[in-house]
Ligand binder design. Structure first.
Ligand SMILES: [Zn+2]
Ligand SMILES: [Zn+2]
Length: 489
Protein backbone atom coordinates (compact mmCIF):
# COMPACT_ATOMS: atom_id res chain seq x y z
CA UNK A 1 0.00 0.00 0.00
CA UNK A 2 1.16 3.52 -0.74
CA UNK A 3 2.32 6.13 1.63
CA UNK A 4 4.51 4.11 3.95
CA UNK A 5 7.76 5.53 5.29
CA UNK A 6 10.01 4.11 2.62
CA UNK A 7 7.88 5.66 -0.12
CA UNK A 8 7.65 9.02 1.59
CA UNK A 9 11.41 9.45 1.83
CA UNK A 10 12.20 7.83 -1.52
CA UNK A 11 13.35 9.84 -4.53
CA UNK A 12 10.87 11.82 -6.58
CA UNK A 13 11.28 12.05 -10.35
CA UNK A 14 9.42 14.76 -12.30
CA UNK A 15 8.80 14.94 -16.08
CA UNK A 16 7.51 18.36 -17.03
CA UNK A 17 6.05 19.42 -20.38
CA UNK A 18 6.82 23.15 -20.50
CA UNK A 19 4.52 23.79 -23.44
CA UNK A 20 1.42 22.31 -21.80
CA UNK A 21 2.29 23.73 -18.41
CA UNK A 22 4.37 26.85 -19.02
CA UNK A 23 5.99 29.19 -16.56
CA UNK A 24 3.53 32.08 -16.19
CA UNK A 25 4.49 35.50 -17.51
CA UNK A 26 6.70 37.29 -14.98
CA UNK A 27 7.16 34.21 -12.79
CA UNK A 28 10.72 33.60 -11.63
CA UNK A 29 11.88 30.27 -13.09
CA UNK A 30 13.95 29.70 -9.98
CA UNK A 31 10.72 29.28 -8.01
CA UNK A 32 9.59 26.21 -9.93
CA UNK A 33 11.69 23.70 -8.03
CA UNK A 34 10.88 25.01 -4.51
CA UNK A 35 7.19 25.10 -5.47
CA UNK A 36 7.19 21.45 -6.48
CA UNK A 37 9.22 20.48 -3.43
CA UNK A 38 6.85 22.36 -1.18
CA UNK A 39 3.78 20.68 -2.67
CA UNK A 40 5.30 17.29 -1.94
CA UNK A 41 6.46 18.23 1.56
CA UNK A 42 2.94 19.37 2.43
CA UNK A 43 1.69 15.84 1.93
CA UNK A 44 4.64 14.23 3.64
CA UNK A 45 6.89 13.32 0.71
CA UNK A 46 10.38 14.47 1.61
CA UNK A 47 12.65 12.52 -0.77
CA UNK A 48 15.12 14.24 -3.12
CA UNK A 49 13.43 15.71 -6.20
CA UNK A 50 14.81 15.48 -9.76
CA UNK A 51 13.08 17.54 -12.43
CA UNK A 52 13.47 17.51 -16.20
CA UNK A 53 11.78 20.26 -18.23
CA UNK A 54 10.83 19.24 -21.78
CA UNK A 55 9.96 21.48 -24.69
CA UNK A 56 11.17 23.34 -27.73
CA UNK A 57 13.96 25.17 -25.92
CA UNK A 58 14.72 27.42 -28.87
CA UNK A 59 11.51 29.20 -27.77
CA UNK A 60 12.51 29.47 -24.11
CA UNK A 61 14.15 32.78 -23.09
CA UNK A 62 17.73 32.49 -21.90
CA UNK A 63 16.97 33.84 -18.44
CA UNK A 64 14.40 31.08 -17.93
CA UNK A 65 16.86 28.39 -18.98
CA UNK A 66 19.44 29.93 -16.67
CA UNK A 67 16.94 30.14 -13.82
CA UNK A 68 15.94 26.52 -14.18
CA UNK A 69 19.43 25.12 -14.47
CA UNK A 70 20.68 27.23 -11.58
CA UNK A 71 18.17 25.45 -9.35
CA UNK A 72 19.12 22.02 -10.62
CA UNK A 73 16.28 21.55 -13.09
CA UNK A 74 17.50 19.60 -16.12
CA UNK A 75 16.43 21.03 -19.48
CA UNK A 76 15.60 18.79 -22.43
CA UNK A 77 14.99 20.06 -25.95
CA UNK A 78 12.33 18.27 -27.95
CA UNK A 79 10.40 19.16 -31.05
CA UNK A 80 7.00 20.30 -29.71
CA UNK A 81 5.12 17.47 -31.35
CA UNK A 82 7.40 14.83 -29.87
CA UNK A 83 7.50 16.07 -26.28
CA UNK A 84 4.83 13.67 -25.03
CA UNK A 85 6.41 10.57 -26.51
CA UNK A 86 9.96 11.56 -25.50
CA UNK A 87 8.82 12.19 -21.93
CA UNK A 88 7.05 8.86 -21.87
CA UNK A 89 10.06 7.02 -23.27
CA UNK A 90 12.33 8.65 -20.69
CA UNK A 91 9.93 7.71 -17.90
CA UNK A 92 9.83 4.07 -19.01
CA UNK A 93 13.63 4.01 -19.15
CA UNK A 94 13.88 5.59 -15.71
CA UNK A 95 11.47 3.03 -14.24
CA UNK A 96 13.67 0.26 -15.61
CA UNK A 97 16.68 1.67 -13.76
CA UNK A 98 14.93 2.75 -10.55
CA UNK A 99 12.87 0.09 -8.83
CA UNK A 100 10.31 1.18 -6.21
CA UNK A 101 9.94 2.61 -3.68
CA UNK A 102 9.98 5.90 -5.57
CA UNK A 103 7.58 8.62 -6.56
CA UNK A 104 6.90 9.81 -10.08
CA UNK A 105 5.21 12.97 -11.26
CA UNK A 106 4.04 13.92 -14.73
CA UNK A 107 3.29 17.55 -15.53
CA UNK A 108 1.32 17.52 -18.75
CA UNK A 109 -2.10 18.04 -20.29
CA UNK A 110 -1.78 14.94 -22.42
CA UNK A 111 -1.81 12.00 -20.04
CA UNK A 112 -5.18 10.64 -21.14
CA UNK A 113 -5.32 8.07 -23.94
CA UNK A 114 -2.52 5.69 -24.88
CA UNK A 115 -0.25 7.37 -22.31
CA UNK A 116 -2.53 6.52 -19.38
CA UNK A 117 -3.44 3.13 -20.83
CA UNK A 118 0.17 2.03 -20.97
CA UNK A 119 1.09 3.70 -17.69
CA UNK A 120 -1.84 2.00 -15.91
CA UNK A 121 -0.50 -1.31 -17.17
CA UNK A 122 3.06 -0.48 -16.09
CA UNK A 123 1.72 0.47 -12.66
CA UNK A 124 -0.10 -2.86 -12.31
CA UNK A 125 3.17 -4.70 -12.73
CA UNK A 126 5.43 -2.27 -10.81
CA UNK A 127 3.76 0.36 -8.72
CA UNK A 128 5.19 3.80 -7.97
CA UNK A 129 3.42 6.57 -6.09
CA UNK A 130 2.10 8.59 -9.01
CA UNK A 131 1.31 12.32 -9.11
CA UNK A 132 0.22 14.50 -11.98
CA UNK A 133 -0.18 18.21 -12.62
CA UNK A 134 -2.10 19.83 -15.45
CA UNK A 135 -2.82 23.26 -16.79
CA UNK A 136 -6.00 22.91 -18.86
CA UNK A 137 -6.90 19.24 -19.13
CA UNK A 138 -6.86 17.14 -15.99
CA UNK A 139 -6.51 13.46 -16.74
CA UNK A 140 -9.96 12.05 -16.13
CA UNK A 141 -9.00 8.57 -17.07
CA UNK A 142 -10.18 6.58 -14.09
CA UNK A 143 -8.06 3.57 -14.94
CA UNK A 144 -5.02 5.36 -13.54
CA UNK A 145 -4.50 5.50 -9.78
CA UNK A 146 -2.75 8.68 -8.73
CA UNK A 147 -2.26 10.16 -5.32
CA UNK A 148 -2.46 13.78 -6.34
CA UNK A 149 -3.48 15.76 -9.39
CA UNK A 150 -2.46 19.37 -9.00
CA UNK A 151 -3.42 22.36 -11.08
CA UNK A 152 -0.08 23.66 -12.32
CA UNK A 153 -0.65 27.39 -11.82
CA UNK A 154 -1.98 26.79 -8.33
CA UNK A 155 0.98 24.64 -7.44
CA UNK A 156 3.34 27.42 -8.57
CA UNK A 157 1.41 30.14 -6.76
CA UNK A 158 1.31 28.28 -3.50
CA UNK A 159 5.01 27.60 -3.75
CA UNK A 160 5.84 30.86 -2.00
CA UNK A 161 8.59 33.25 -2.93
CA UNK A 162 11.41 31.48 -1.23
CA UNK A 163 14.23 30.76 -3.63
CA UNK A 164 16.76 28.02 -3.23
CA UNK A 165 20.16 29.37 -2.39
CA UNK A 166 23.16 29.08 -4.63
CA UNK A 167 23.51 27.40 -7.99
CA UNK A 168 23.61 23.68 -8.32
CA UNK A 169 25.82 23.13 -11.31
CA UNK A 170 24.80 19.51 -11.81
CA UNK A 171 21.78 20.25 -13.96
CA UNK A 172 22.20 19.07 -17.51
CA UNK A 173 21.03 20.23 -20.89
CA UNK A 174 19.85 17.61 -23.34
CA UNK A 175 18.92 17.68 -26.98
CA UNK A 176 16.59 14.72 -27.41
CA UNK A 177 16.61 15.03 -31.19
CA UNK A 178 20.37 14.59 -31.53
CA UNK A 179 21.09 12.63 -28.36
CA UNK A 180 23.37 15.45 -27.33
CA UNK A 181 24.03 16.61 -23.77
CA UNK A 182 26.19 19.22 -22.09
CA UNK A 183 26.47 21.13 -18.85
CA UNK A 184 26.83 24.62 -20.22
CA UNK A 185 23.96 26.81 -21.35
CA UNK A 186 26.24 28.47 -23.86
CA UNK A 187 27.12 25.17 -25.53
CA UNK A 188 23.45 24.16 -25.44
CA UNK A 189 22.17 27.26 -27.22
CA UNK A 190 25.02 27.00 -29.69
CA UNK A 191 24.01 23.42 -30.41
CA UNK A 192 20.36 24.33 -30.92
CA UNK A 193 21.30 26.92 -33.51
CA UNK A 194 23.75 24.65 -35.32
CA UNK A 195 23.28 23.37 -38.86
CA UNK A 196 23.72 19.78 -37.71
CA UNK A 197 20.90 20.14 -35.20
CA UNK A 198 18.65 21.70 -37.84
CA UNK A 199 19.26 18.75 -40.13
CA UNK A 200 18.46 16.25 -37.37
CA UNK A 201 15.21 18.06 -36.56
CA UNK A 202 14.21 17.97 -40.20
CA UNK A 203 14.50 14.20 -40.42
CA UNK A 204 13.15 13.46 -36.93
CA UNK A 205 10.10 11.21 -37.27
CA UNK A 206 6.72 12.44 -36.04
CA UNK A 207 5.35 11.76 -32.58
CA UNK A 208 4.43 8.18 -31.79
CA UNK A 209 4.02 7.06 -28.24
CA UNK A 210 5.39 3.58 -27.89
CA UNK A 211 3.15 1.48 -25.64
CA UNK A 212 5.81 -0.74 -24.17
CA UNK A 213 3.40 -3.07 -22.40
CA UNK A 214 1.87 -4.23 -25.69
CA UNK A 215 4.76 -6.59 -26.16
CA UNK A 216 4.40 -8.15 -22.74
CA UNK A 217 3.78 -11.85 -22.74
CA UNK A 218 0.64 -13.03 -20.98
CA UNK A 219 1.90 -16.14 -19.32
CA UNK A 220 3.84 -15.75 -16.18
CA UNK A 221 4.67 -18.58 -13.80
CA UNK A 222 3.45 -18.21 -10.23
CA UNK A 223 5.70 -16.41 -7.79
CA UNK A 224 6.22 -18.33 -4.54
CA UNK A 225 3.91 -15.99 -2.64
CA UNK A 226 1.08 -16.52 -5.13
CA UNK A 227 1.64 -20.24 -5.73
CA UNK A 228 -0.47 -21.32 -2.78
CA UNK A 229 -2.56 -18.18 -2.28
CA UNK A 230 -6.34 -18.11 -2.65
CA UNK A 231 -7.92 -17.79 -6.08
CA UNK A 232 -11.36 -16.33 -6.56
CA UNK A 233 -13.18 -16.85 -9.85
CA UNK A 234 -15.94 -14.53 -11.08
CA UNK A 235 -17.74 -16.36 -13.84
CA UNK A 236 -20.08 -14.58 -16.17
CA UNK A 237 -22.38 -17.38 -17.34
CA UNK A 238 -23.99 -15.17 -19.99
CA UNK A 239 -20.77 -14.46 -21.87
CA UNK A 240 -19.19 -17.81 -21.14
CA UNK A 241 -21.92 -20.42 -20.82
CA UNK A 242 -21.53 -24.13 -20.29
CA UNK A 243 -21.18 -25.61 -23.77
CA UNK A 244 -23.99 -27.84 -25.02
CA UNK A 245 -23.55 -31.36 -23.72
CA UNK A 246 -20.68 -30.46 -21.41
CA UNK A 247 -20.81 -32.01 -17.96
CA UNK A 248 -21.15 -29.03 -15.61
CA UNK A 249 -19.41 -30.96 -12.86
CA UNK A 250 -16.21 -30.59 -14.86
CA UNK A 251 -16.14 -26.80 -14.76
CA UNK A 252 -14.44 -26.57 -11.38
CA UNK A 253 -11.85 -29.31 -12.04
CA UNK A 254 -11.07 -27.76 -15.42
CA UNK A 255 -10.36 -24.40 -13.82
CA UNK A 256 -8.35 -25.95 -11.01
CA UNK A 257 -6.29 -27.99 -13.40
CA UNK A 258 -5.58 -25.02 -15.64
CA UNK A 259 -4.28 -23.12 -12.63
CA UNK A 260 -2.15 -26.03 -11.46
CA UNK A 261 -0.55 -26.28 -14.88
CA UNK A 262 0.92 -22.82 -14.45
CA UNK A 263 1.90 -23.33 -10.84
CA UNK A 264 -1.08 -22.00 -8.88
CA UNK A 265 -2.41 -24.54 -6.42
CA UNK A 266 -4.20 -22.39 -3.84
CA UNK A 267 -7.82 -22.99 -2.85
CA UNK A 268 -10.24 -21.95 -5.59
CA UNK A 269 -13.64 -20.37 -4.95
CA UNK A 270 -16.00 -19.79 -7.85
CA UNK A 271 -19.07 -17.60 -8.11
CA UNK A 272 -21.29 -17.96 -11.18
CA UNK A 273 -23.28 -14.87 -12.23
CA UNK A 274 -26.44 -15.08 -14.29
CA UNK A 275 -30.17 -14.76 -14.19
CA UNK A 276 -30.32 -18.08 -12.39
CA UNK A 277 -33.99 -18.54 -13.23
CA UNK A 278 -32.70 -19.23 -16.74
CA UNK A 279 -30.04 -21.71 -15.66
CA UNK A 280 -31.14 -25.32 -16.20
CA UNK A 281 -31.73 -27.10 -12.93
CA UNK A 282 -29.27 -29.88 -13.81
CA UNK A 283 -26.55 -27.25 -14.21
CA UNK A 284 -27.40 -25.72 -10.86
CA UNK A 285 -27.29 -29.14 -9.23
CA UNK A 286 -24.10 -30.22 -10.94
CA UNK A 287 -22.22 -27.00 -10.26
CA UNK A 288 -23.33 -26.69 -6.66
CA UNK A 289 -22.30 -30.30 -6.03
CA UNK A 290 -18.76 -29.23 -6.89
CA UNK A 291 -18.85 -26.19 -4.63
CA UNK A 292 -19.60 -23.47 -7.15
CA UNK A 293 -21.51 -20.52 -5.67
CA UNK A 294 -24.32 -18.76 -7.51
CA UNK A 295 -25.26 -15.15 -7.80
CA UNK A 296 -28.61 -14.25 -9.24
CA UNK A 297 -28.48 -11.02 -11.24
CA UNK A 298 -30.42 -9.31 -13.96
CA UNK A 299 -28.80 -8.32 -17.23
CA UNK A 300 -28.52 -4.61 -16.56
CA UNK A 301 -26.85 -5.04 -13.20
CA UNK A 302 -24.91 -8.11 -14.19
CA UNK A 303 -21.46 -6.51 -14.44
CA UNK A 304 -21.93 -4.14 -11.55
CA UNK A 305 -22.72 -7.13 -9.32
CA UNK A 306 -19.58 -8.89 -10.49
CA UNK A 307 -17.50 -5.83 -9.68
CA UNK A 308 -19.19 -5.45 -6.31
CA UNK A 309 -18.34 -9.05 -5.55
CA UNK A 310 -14.75 -8.38 -6.65
CA UNK A 311 -14.52 -5.49 -4.22
CA UNK A 312 -16.05 -7.46 -1.39
CA UNK A 313 -13.74 -10.37 -1.96
CA UNK A 314 -10.56 -8.30 -2.15
CA UNK A 315 -11.60 -6.49 1.00
CA UNK A 316 -11.91 -9.76 2.89
CA UNK A 317 -8.92 -11.41 1.23
CA UNK A 318 -5.84 -9.21 1.28
CA UNK A 319 -3.00 -9.92 -1.14
CA UNK A 320 -1.17 -12.01 -2.09
CA UNK A 321 -4.16 -13.61 -3.78
CA UNK A 322 -5.44 -14.08 -7.30
CA UNK A 323 -8.60 -13.20 -9.11
CA UNK A 324 -9.92 -14.74 -12.30
CA UNK A 325 -12.55 -13.08 -14.46
CA UNK A 326 -14.43 -15.23 -16.94
CA UNK A 327 -16.22 -12.67 -19.07
CA UNK A 328 -16.04 -11.22 -22.58
CA UNK A 329 -17.37 -7.88 -21.52
CA UNK A 330 -15.03 -7.31 -18.59
CA UNK A 331 -12.06 -8.46 -20.67
CA UNK A 332 -12.80 -6.17 -23.59
CA UNK A 333 -14.23 -3.08 -21.93
CA UNK A 334 -11.92 -0.57 -20.32
CA UNK A 335 -14.90 0.83 -18.39
CA UNK A 336 -15.99 -2.50 -16.99
CA UNK A 337 -12.50 -3.30 -15.80
CA UNK A 338 -11.70 0.12 -14.31
CA UNK A 339 -12.03 -0.87 -10.68
CA UNK A 340 -10.14 -4.12 -11.12
CA UNK A 341 -7.41 -2.25 -12.96
CA UNK A 342 -7.15 0.24 -10.10
CA UNK A 343 -7.00 -2.50 -7.49
CA UNK A 344 -4.16 -4.21 -9.36
CA UNK A 345 -2.18 -0.95 -9.25
CA UNK A 346 -2.70 -0.63 -5.52
CA UNK A 347 -2.22 -4.17 -4.29
CA UNK A 348 -0.40 -7.36 -4.97
CA UNK A 349 -3.16 -9.36 -6.66
CA UNK A 350 -2.65 -11.50 -9.74
CA UNK A 351 -5.30 -11.38 -12.41
CA UNK A 352 -6.44 -14.03 -14.89
CA UNK A 353 -8.90 -13.78 -17.75
CA UNK A 354 -10.96 -16.22 -19.73
CA UNK A 355 -13.31 -15.28 -22.56
CA UNK A 356 -15.37 -16.85 -25.33
CA UNK A 357 -14.00 -14.44 -27.90
CA UNK A 358 -10.52 -13.00 -27.79
CA UNK A 359 -10.84 -9.26 -27.13
CA UNK A 360 -10.29 -7.06 -30.16
CA UNK A 361 -7.86 -4.89 -28.23
CA UNK A 362 -5.45 -5.86 -25.50
CA UNK A 363 -7.22 -5.59 -22.12
CA UNK A 364 -6.06 -2.81 -19.83
CA UNK A 365 -5.83 -5.43 -17.10
CA UNK A 366 -2.36 -6.91 -16.78
CA UNK A 367 -2.95 -10.61 -16.57
CA UNK A 368 -0.74 -13.49 -15.56
CA UNK A 369 -2.53 -15.75 -18.02
CA UNK A 370 -5.50 -15.70 -20.38
CA UNK A 371 -7.54 -18.50 -21.89
CA UNK A 372 -10.31 -19.07 -24.35
CA UNK A 373 -13.19 -20.41 -22.28
CA UNK A 374 -13.94 -23.37 -24.51
CA UNK A 375 -10.34 -24.48 -24.75
CA UNK A 376 -9.99 -24.21 -21.01
CA UNK A 377 -12.96 -26.56 -20.63
CA UNK A 378 -11.92 -28.87 -23.45
CA UNK A 379 -8.79 -29.81 -21.54
CA UNK A 380 -10.96 -31.63 -19.09
CA UNK A 381 -12.59 -33.76 -21.76
CA UNK A 382 -9.31 -35.36 -22.72
CA UNK A 383 -7.86 -35.66 -19.25
CA UNK A 384 -10.95 -36.56 -17.31
CA UNK A 385 -9.22 -38.98 -14.96
CA UNK A 386 -6.56 -36.56 -13.86
CA UNK A 387 -9.15 -33.89 -13.41
CA UNK A 388 -11.27 -35.98 -11.13
CA UNK A 389 -8.20 -36.70 -9.11
CA UNK A 390 -7.23 -33.09 -8.66
CA UNK A 391 -10.70 -32.18 -7.59
CA UNK A 392 -11.08 -34.60 -4.73
CA UNK A 393 -13.57 -33.77 -2.02
CA UNK A 394 -10.86 -32.75 0.41
CA UNK A 395 -9.61 -30.05 -1.92
CA UNK A 396 -12.93 -28.34 -2.23
CA UNK A 397 -12.18 -25.60 0.18
CA UNK A 398 -15.01 -23.22 -0.34
CA UNK A 399 -15.62 -20.75 2.35
CA UNK A 400 -18.78 -18.88 1.59
CA UNK A 401 -21.55 -17.71 3.79
CA UNK A 402 -24.12 -18.93 1.34
CA UNK A 403 -23.80 -21.03 -1.76
CA UNK A 404 -26.65 -19.18 -3.43
CA UNK A 405 -26.99 -15.46 -3.36
CA UNK A 406 -29.63 -13.23 -4.83
CA UNK A 407 -27.73 -10.02 -5.56
CA UNK A 408 -30.96 -8.11 -6.08
CA UNK A 409 -32.32 -8.73 -2.60
CA UNK A 410 -28.92 -9.43 -1.03
CA UNK A 411 -30.25 -12.70 0.25
CA UNK A 412 -28.03 -15.74 0.91
CA UNK A 413 -29.47 -19.23 0.71
CA UNK A 414 -27.72 -22.36 1.87
CA UNK A 415 -29.54 -24.80 -0.34
CA UNK A 416 -30.74 -24.88 -3.92
CA UNK A 417 -34.29 -25.50 -2.67
CA UNK A 418 -34.23 -22.37 -0.54
CA UNK A 419 -32.74 -20.44 -3.45
CA UNK A 420 -35.46 -21.53 -5.86
CA UNK A 421 -38.07 -20.73 -3.25
CA UNK A 422 -36.58 -17.29 -2.85
CA UNK A 423 -36.52 -16.63 -6.61
CA UNK A 424 -40.19 -17.56 -6.78
CA UNK A 425 -41.15 -15.51 -3.73
CA UNK A 426 -43.26 -12.39 -3.72
CA UNK A 427 -40.53 -10.34 -2.07
CA UNK A 428 -38.06 -11.23 -4.77
CA UNK A 429 -40.51 -10.56 -7.58
CA UNK A 430 -41.27 -7.18 -6.09
CA UNK A 431 -37.57 -6.35 -5.93
CA UNK A 432 -37.08 -7.46 -9.52
CA UNK A 433 -39.99 -5.31 -10.67
CA UNK A 434 -38.69 -2.35 -8.73
CA UNK A 435 -35.28 -2.67 -10.39
CA UNK A 436 -36.81 -3.16 -13.80
CA UNK A 437 -38.87 -0.02 -13.50
CA UNK A 438 -35.86 1.83 -12.16
CA UNK A 439 -33.78 0.88 -15.18
CA UNK A 440 -36.61 1.86 -17.48
CA UNK A 441 -36.85 5.27 -15.90
CA UNK A 442 -33.63 6.24 -17.67
CA UNK A 443 -34.57 5.72 -21.31
CA UNK A 444 -31.92 6.47 -23.86
CA UNK A 445 -29.06 6.43 -21.39
CA UNK A 446 -26.51 3.92 -22.42
CA UNK A 447 -24.59 3.93 -19.19
CA UNK A 448 -25.47 4.88 -15.72
CA UNK A 449 -22.95 5.17 -13.00
CA UNK A 450 -23.64 4.98 -9.39
CA UNK A 451 -21.03 6.34 -7.07
CA UNK A 452 -21.33 5.30 -3.45
CA UNK A 453 -21.26 1.99 -1.81
CA UNK A 454 -23.51 -0.31 -3.69
CA UNK A 455 -25.30 -1.46 -0.61
CA UNK A 456 -26.08 2.05 0.30
CA UNK A 457 -29.18 2.19 -1.84
CA UNK A 458 -29.21 5.93 -2.05
CA UNK A 459 -28.18 8.31 -4.75
CA UNK A 460 -28.06 7.38 -8.38
CA UNK A 461 -26.62 9.97 -10.65
CA UNK A 462 -25.19 10.23 -14.08
CA UNK A 463 -21.54 10.73 -14.61
CA UNK A 464 -20.95 12.23 -17.99
CA UNK A 465 -17.98 13.54 -19.89
CA UNK A 466 -17.71 16.71 -17.86
CA UNK A 467 -17.17 14.74 -14.69
CA UNK A 468 -16.37 17.00 -11.82
CA UNK A 469 -13.48 14.94 -10.65
CA UNK A 470 -11.24 17.94 -10.22
CA UNK A 471 -12.09 18.42 -6.61
CA UNK A 472 -11.64 14.78 -5.89
CA UNK A 473 -8.38 14.61 -7.81
CA UNK A 474 -6.72 17.54 -6.15
CA UNK A 475 -7.38 16.11 -2.73
CA UNK A 476 -4.24 14.31 -1.57
CA UNK A 477 -6.43 11.77 0.10
CA UNK A 478 -8.11 11.03 -3.22
CA UNK A 479 -6.70 7.62 -3.12
CA UNK A 480 -8.33 6.77 0.14
CA UNK A 481 -11.76 7.95 -0.83
CA UNK A 482 -14.05 4.98 -1.04
CA UNK A 483 -14.77 5.06 -4.72
CA UNK A 484 -17.38 2.73 -5.99
CA UNK A 485 -18.60 2.92 -9.53
CA UNK A 486 -21.42 0.80 -10.70
CA UNK A 487 -21.95 0.47 -14.40
CA UNK A 488 -25.30 -0.39 -15.72
CA UNK A 489 -26.73 -0.89 -19.14
ZN1 LIG B 1 20.06 18.73 -31.41
ZN1 LIG C 1 -34.07 -11.88 -4.64
Amino acid sequence: MPGNDAEKTAKIQVWWDMKDCPIPEGYDARRVRPSIERAFKEIGYTGPVSITAYGDQTQTPCHVLRGLSSTGVAVAHTKSDTTRSVMYRDMVEWRGQNPPPATIMIISDQVEGDFSWDLARLQQRTSYDLFTAYSMNPCNDLILVYYGNWRWEQLLEEGGAQLVAGGSSSAMFYCKTCNFDCQSLKKFTKHLSSYKHGMEEAIDPPDTLLCVTKTWARNYPATPEHATAKIHVLWDMNDCPIPEGFDARLVRPSIERTFKEIGYSGPVSITAFADQKQTPIHHLLALSSTGVDFSHTLSWVHYSRMITEFEKWTKNNPPPASIMIISDEVASSKYRSTLICRKLQESNYKCFLAYSVRPFEMPVLVTSAEWLWESLLAVSETKRHILHKCSSESERVVSSTGMFCCTLCLCDCKTLDDFNKHLASEDHTEEENRMTSHSQSFPGRRRQFKISNYYDEASFFLLNSDIDSQNVNTCPKYKYVSFHITYML
